[in-house]
Ligand binder design. Structure first.
Ligand code: SF4
Ligand code: SF4
Length: 94
């Protein structure tokens, strides 16, 4: 979803949208700015201004490499700053 450095820019985001879901008060929610395209891929309505925008109460959009969640088939997983342990279960149901 997001780029932080020239290193990450070489990765190809699959635009699956998985990293645009979050948990708030125990409920999984989809970012209000996320749109599903006819192709099945996803886009962000505020892409140019997305970083650190408040998308819900106390929830901000952050660069993918600062998001420590592992997402199934995400090419950014190995760049995460503090990735979960290898035996943790990646998000697969988003
Ligand atoms: S989870 Fe990964 S592949 Fe999917 S939209 Fe986010 S950055 Fe892109
Ligand atoms: S604002 Fe952030 S979390 Fe929301 S759709 Fe855009 S990139 Fe995804």
């Amino acid at each position: 979803m997001l780029e932080k450095s020239t290193n990450t820019s070489k990765r190809n985001c699959k635009r699956c949208g998985k990293c645009c879901y979050y948990i708030l008060n125990g409920v999984k929610k989809k970012c209000r700015h996320l749109v599903r395209l006819p192709s099945g891929k996803h886009a962000c309505r505020i892409y140019r201004n997305r970083l650190y925008a408040e998308i819900d109460k106390g929830i901000v959009c952050i660069p993918r490499v600062l998001d420590t969640r592992m997402m199934a088939d995400c090419p950014y997983n190995d760049l995460l700053i503090e990735p979960y342990a290898e035996n943790d279960t990646p998000y697969t149901d988003l």
